[in-house]
Design a protein around this ligand. Sequence first.
Ligand code: NZQ
Ligand code: ZN
Length: 386
Amino acid sequence: MQNFDYYNPTRIVFGRDTIGRLAELVPAGARVLVLYGGSSAEKTGTLAQVREALAGHVVQEFGGIEPNPHFETLMRAVDLIKTQQLDFLLAVGGGSVIDGSKFVAAAALFEGDALDILKQRGGNIRQALPLGTVLTLAATGSEMNSGGVVTHAATHAKLPFRNPLLFPRFSILDPQKTFTVPERQVANGVVDAFVHVAEQYLTVPGQALAQDRFAEGLLQSLIELGPQVQANPLDYEVRANLMWVATLALNGIVGAGVTHDWSTHMIGHELTALFEIDHARTLALVLPASLSLRRDSKRAKLLQYAERVWQLHEGPEAQRIEQAIALTRDFFERMGLPTRLSDYGLGEEAIEQVVSQLQAHGMTRLGEGGHVTPDLARQILQAARV
Ligand code: NZQ
Ligand code: ZN
């Protein structure tokens, strides 16, 4: 195991009817900005519950944070914070609202051009406003980690940032809040969480026993929960398990002391920024093709994955690896996520655009070992074509 520094200060308040706890979780005397997305938080009654719980606080609201949140939108929230002298942020929504709020928390106190936060991936953040969250969609893990992804719309750049100052102080996870999530977004969440684990697990073997077994347990849970949530969308236990699994998939535990990949996410971000494909859908396009092309460098871990996650114990090694990759693709497809670029009408020209954006963003040595060069990214996307 490599040396690691595991730090996670986020308090999780989990379960039915927990939004009322905001009254005690948000510090007395705080001047609060509630941030939310489009219309869902209002329609589902979540905002009304938040307003009621915060009746004793000074509260302003900022709505309209779009999926794959835009820098340009978020800077308007920063202006509101400055003019109204607000000092506590409450994000109400999914990954986009939470990520966007993390960016706002840092940008509100940043000296200089806030775009530099993205350019330096958050390494230049020196202070941030405190942030709490009310999660409404199980997917990203943003509710219990210190990272985010924000799009600079003007340049079609979707860039990740992270800083320990951006961990939420608390996150409220009421699984009932996810009953209203559209089927497509539910499926996206299952696949996003799956790929988060894969990016921290499918690298090299023999690094950490607990993290490996934990990762395998999370992957198996997602394979089990995906069809269940599709068949029984109003089953509380299924939603509760899915919500907690998605949080655990990216709260640092699985990734502590082990090698990471993340090339699927970085290639995926370019696909979203250029062609507005949902985040998880880009991952479903890239991962199977990437595993297939990198089967030699990932050989030992792919065999472990085949054996422990998909119970493939028989036959030649190459065949087991092939089957494990096919089953992964099949799982994404069964969840309703296409795995071929042609499903989006994209071909050679799109691939070249992605490759040149990766180059422009300095994403030229991705993955464990830095093997994923722009040329390999091109081959991966070509393999994902049809
Ligand atoms: O905008 P509204 O009207 O609220 O609708 C949202 C949005 O259209 C809707 N929704 C959310 N909760 C709902 C609901 N609809 C009905 N009922 C509810 N309870 O769902 C749509 C998608 O929301 P979004 O927040 O975009 O989805 P998700 O949670 O999948 O977040 C995706 C974003 O997170 C980033 C992605 O890149 C993407 O920008 N990620 C963040 C990560 C992190 N911080 O660690 C890691 C991930 O890799 C991911 O990259
Ligand atoms: Zn993701």
